[in-house]
Design a protein around this ligand. Structure first.
Ligand SMILES: Cc1cc2nc3c(=O)[nH]c(=O)nc-3n(C[C@H](O)[C@H](O)[C@H](O)COP(=O)(O)OP(=O)(O)OC[C@H]3O[C@@H](n4cnc5c(N)ncnc54)[C@H](O)[C@@H]3O)c2cc1C
Length: 470
């Protein structure tokens, strides 16, 4: 894999030079520096580069991608976590197409998903594709009676009807109510809560239903309603850096931008209430017309609070909490599951997971990736303990094949996600800030697609639009 950056900035140490000032064709006062090469930062840089604007992306890690990355972790190829591309995303696929990345080469489309509960006689299997597999999809919704009784299913109808209505008419109020409480108000049965609502909340954004915002719950599915025909799920055909983010960074460089990895930013250069550049950990000082902070939430809060802690417009943002994520990834002598498809493990520590030996990690005989719940309880435990609990949960739902695991890694972080808990929606900051020269991008910033890849893309595009308008 080619390392990022075209080298034109590498000689700039300990200087206040604008790197682009060496190139007389590029007026240095037009430079935009983007801090962070996750999807939000890469999107913003791509949009600017496509418009012919000079742009420099600085990424702390040795690889691009952030939370959509893969890398080698002490001898084992890992990813930031189990990811799925939802068929109703629009801006992410459109961006990738412009960057020359073909969706059908990047993804394997799944036709069904599965939920396994320790006490259910059989797994629930749900079709996903109304257009290509209509019968399976409809039968999945109506069938699966040994997983969920008709009464349980019926109890979900008033809940979903009211929820989507409230999402449109009372979003602020909806955000104040945890999804468990909202389900109780609408008389959802205990079994439907545990077997359907828990996978659709904790299985996706980790938090238990007692905390999970109802706004986040309905907000994830609402954009899919007018696009039901697009409701399918894609598994990546390789590591996300390799098949998506590195090609996107390459497209930025083809358009004249620069992407530097292993370039952590220590602080912002602020002068007279405006942002004028950044200082790197190695002491390099780079000046720019504007800086887009596209770092994860905790890092962004840190960078901003150094200079702008008393700016009242940022107060809610500084109060926005982060939440951890914890994943278990392992290799086996044979696949753990008969199909590579999204699987949920309600009633266990397994949020969502899947076999990947036929999709993302095709050079492995068996390869599984799991998002674990409850991350708050797991994030500080020793690796061996997290692994022991993971094995126990897999066995509880009949997946004894985990005994064939040959290697595992616990991949976790505690500064990446804004907490999708009740009451937090109103604290998300906008991409265009009141500080001259400062823009924000990142899934935590205000946009409707929550903490998703599509949301990160929207945030990057809004930051770019703000810069182009300025
Ligand atoms: C386990 C897991 C499962 C997920 N599943 C899905 C899914 O199925 N579907 C979906 O759509 N989304 C999923 N997501 C969410 C998705 O990955 C994120 O919403 C998206 O990648 C966020 O992109 P971002 O650019 O906002 O942030 P990030 O990807 O976090 O990027 C921030 C970047 O900033 C860099 N950075 C931080 N500080 C500095 C600094 N000081 N200097 C330079 N660089 C810095 C970081 O290294 C990082 O590369 C999942 C995420 C995880 C972790």
């Amino acid at each position: 894999m080619r390392e990022a950056g075209n080298g034109s900035y590498d000689s700039q140490t300990e200087s206040e030079e604008n790197p682009l000032s060496q190139n007389p064709k590029v007026p240095s006062e037009e430079l935009t520096i983007v801090v962070g090469a996750g999807l939000a930062g890469l999107t913003c840089a791509f949009e600017l580069a496509e418009k012919g604007k000079p742009v420099l992306v600085l990424e702390a890690a040795p690889y691009v991608g952030g939370r959509t990355a893969n890398w080698n972790e002490n001898g084992m190829e890992v990813e930031s976590g189990f990811h799925k591309f939802i068929g109703y995303y629009t801006l992410l696929p459109e961006l990738l197409e412009r960057a020359g990345i073909k969706l059908n080469d990047m993804l394997f489309w799944e036709k069904s998903m599965e939920a396994r509960h320790p006490e259910a006689e059989e797994p629930g299997v749900f079709g996903l594709d109304l257009v290509r597999a209509p019968l399976k999809t409809v039968l999945g919704a109506l069938g699966n009676n040994s997983y969920l009784t008709p009464a349980d299913k019926a109890s979900l109808i008033p809940f979903f009807t009211a929820g989507f209505k409230d999402y449109l008419s009372n979003p602020e109020e909806l955000d104040e109510i945890p999804v468990k409480e909202y389900a109780e108000r609408h008389h959802v049965t205990e079994q439907a809560l545990e077997r359907i609502l828990e996978p659709l909340s904790s299985g996706i954004f980790f938090l238990p239903p007692e905390q999970y915002s109802s706004y986040a719950f309905f907000g994830l599915f609402a954009p899919g309603i007018p696009r039901l025909h697009k409701m399918r799920i894609g598994a990546f055909s390789g590591g996300m850096t390799d098949v998506m983010c590195r090609p996107l960074a390459d497209a930025i460089e083809r358009l004249g931008g620069t992407v530097r990895t292993s370039a952590p930013v220590r602080g912002l250069i602020a002068e007279e209430g405006a942002v004028r550049g950044v200082e790197l950990e190695n002491g390099e000082r780079l000046r720019a017309a504007q800086v887009v902070v596209a770092a994860n939430i905790r890092r962004a809060q840190k960078l901003l609070s150094e200079h702008f802690s008393s700016v009242s417009a940022f107060k809610p943002f500084f109060e926005l909490e982060a939440m951890p994520h914890v994943t278990a990834q392992f290799e086996l002598t044979e696949p753990l599951l008969p199909k590579d498809r999204t699987t949920f493990g309600p009633g266990t520590q397994l949020g969502s997971f899947g076999e990947q030996a036929r999709t993302t990690f095709r050079d492995k005989a068996g390869r599984t990736s799991i998002i674990l719940v409850d991350p708050d309880a797991l994030v500080d435990l020793p690796e061996e303990e997290v692994w022991r609990r993971t094995v126990d949960s897999l066995k509880a739902i009949g997946l004894d094949g985990v005994d064939n695991a040959t290697d595992y890694r616990i991949i976790r972080g505690d500064e990446n996600f804004y907490r999708l808990a009740a009451g937090n929606e109103k604290k998300r900051p906008k991409q265009v800030t009141p500080i001259p020269g400062l823009f924000l991008a990142g899934d935590y910033t205000k946009q409707p697609f929550l903490a998703t890849m599509e949301g990160a893309v929207i945030s990057g595009q809004r930051a770019a639009r703000g810069i182009l308008k300025a």
